[in-house]
Design a protein around this ligand. Structure first.
Ligand code: HEM
Length: 203
């Protein structure tokens, strides 16, 4: 992939991530959000806040970590932001596991969110363990997988919008989107890594 295409793609990822991070803050402070989802979050305010604030901040910083220019120019910033990112994934992921059994979309939706939460936490832990043993290729691969799932918060809202435009009722769209939001993202990064040879030595 040419340098300008990948820079453009990363820019798009960063901008859309920031927009959804702003949505998360709007949801937390009740400026926006679906009343039914707010009612579920009100029943678990601690898990809800952990999830929405943790996930929102993950999106705010995550994209910048993939900028090779930033990594080269400010390696200590990359390290510190990386530590914060992984702590936020842990916070947001634990919150997500508490919320998932009560999410909308019935059993299919709940299982989709729950599995996403487990894989989000697992890939964050693997990324951390990889960098502790100085395996940069494996670290990069696990971070790509992890952020592709964080980015699920963006793709989820894109798909929900598309389904709404197509006239599909929200109750029908939600269980589908609980999977569609992240499985193709994960396949796309695996495909990208296979194509570019990145993460070859990953475990
Ligand atoms: C990647 C792992 C994630 C999992 C497993 C997950 C799971 C969930 C679950 C189960 C709900 C409740 C849905 C319901 O009650 O129907 C939810 C809602 C929400 N999540 Fe996440 N989420 C993840 C990532 C994120 C991220 C990165 C953000 C950052 C913006 C985020 C922001 C929100 C917000 C704002 C809501 C409230 C509902 C809405 O505005 O649509 N989530 N999430």
């Amino acid at each position: 992939m040419s340098r300008s295409i990948s820079a453009g793609l990363l820019g798009l990822v960063i901008v859309t991530s920031i927009l959804i991070a702003i949505h998360a803050m709007g949801f937390q402070f009740r400026v926006s959000g679906d009343p039914q989802i707010h009612a579920r979050f009100d029943a678990m305010p601690v898990a809800g806040a952990m999830h929405v604030i943790g996930g929102g901040l993950v999106l705010l910083i995550g994209g910048f970590q993939f900028s090779s220019r930033l990594r080269r120019r400010a390696p200590s910033l990359h390290r510190n932001l990386g530590r914060v990112y992984l702590l936020l994934v842990a916070t947001g992921g634990i919150g997500a596991l508490a919320l998932a059994p009560f999410a909308g979309g019935g059993l299919v939706g709940q299982f989709g969110f729950f599995l996403l939460g487990v894989l989000w936490l697992f890939s964050g832990l693997q990324a951390y363990l990889a960098i502790r043993r100085r395996d940069i290729e494996a670290h990069r691969a696990w971070m790509l997988r992890n952020f592709s799932m964080s980015f699920g918060a963006v793709t989820l809202r894109i798909y929900l919008g598309l389904f709404a435009v197509a006239g599909v009722p929200f109750e029908d769209a939600y269980p589908v989107v609980a999977w569609l939001a992240w499985v193709p993202n994960l396949i796309a990064v695996e495909w990208f890594m296979a194509l570019t040879g990145q993460g070859r030595k990953s475990t």
